[in-house]
Design a protein around this ligand. Structure first.
Ligand SMILES: [Zn+2]
Ligand SMILES: [Zn+2]
Length: 244
């Protein structure tokens, strides 16, 4: 599987990154639709794109409103998947007539947590983790004996191990560095040491830190701090591509 990072920072775009959007172009799967979603336009290789939302916060959903440019001139269907409330959230809020002039043309599908489903030849597993409001869905994608896990906007801890265990690639949010550990716990986000320790304990193949604090633009210390615990770590940046 080829994984392309189209938006990699949290909350709002900054000089080096757009907000959350990760794509598996060959499979037509998109994880979250933050401001990086406009870049999906250049990556589409399939007749439909399947958009898996972790939760509804705007740094993960605002990109849905870029759909006109994403599918313009192409025959591409869009299917969106998310937790309970997806249809109301997208239709009543994001595409409320005063906010956006056109309705969303894709299908909106509610995921039943814990019930695995297939998108083509990819097996999709979900689990809910703690975050403000309704929490956040983590995704585990499996194909041909390989696995990618995507967990964002939560506090890294051992409760994730049964879900992410032994995956080949773990993409995990890491909003803060170690010096903000206490604050990270308070606001239910992750910091470098907690994510690296989780990757080590879960025996994953490779760790990509993602959804960093956009008030910073140099993430080299995130990487060096995490590598002290889990050496096979890199920090995501817009445009990064990884094959597993
Ligand atoms: Zn976020
Ligand atoms: Zn959030």
């Amino acid at each position: 599987m080829r994984v392309k990072f189209l938006g990699t920072v949290g909350y709002h775009p900054n000089e080096v990154g757009h907000t959350s959007c990760v794509m598996l172009p060959e499979e037509g799967i998109v994880l979250d639709a933050g401001s990086g979603f406009f870049r999906v336009a250049d990556e589409i290789m399939t007749p439909k794109i399947e958009i898996l939302l972790s939760h509804f916060h705007l740094d993960h959903t605002v990109g849905l409103s870029y759909w006109i440019d994403v599918i313009y001139g192409k025959k591409v269907d869009m299917n969106v998947y998310g937790m309970y409330g997806l249809i109301e959230c997208v239709n009543d809020h994001l595409f409320q007539g005063d906010l956006f002039p056109l309705p969303f043309p894709g299908t909106l599908n509610q995921i039943i947590e814990g019930l695995d489903f297939n998108l083509g030849d990819v097996l999709v597993k979900t689990e809910r983790f703690l975050h403000a409001g309704k929490g956040v869905l983590g995704y585990r994608l499996e194909k041909d004996g390989k696995s990618v896990c995507y967990v964002t906007d939560t506090m890294a801890d051992r409760s994730e191990i049964p879900f992410i265990g032994k995956c080949d690639l773990l993409i995990h949010e890491c909003y803060f560095q170690n010096d903000m550990a206490a604050y990270a716990k308070k606001v239910m986000h992750s910091y470098t040491g907690s994510v690296a320790q989780l990757a080590k304990d879960a025996d994953v193949g490779q760790l990509v830190l993602f959804h960093m604090n956009p008030l910073q633009t140099d993430y080299s210390e995130f990487e060096s701090e995490a590598k002290q615990i889990f050496p096979d770590t890199i920090v995501a940046r817009d445009g990064l591509e990884i094959s597993i």
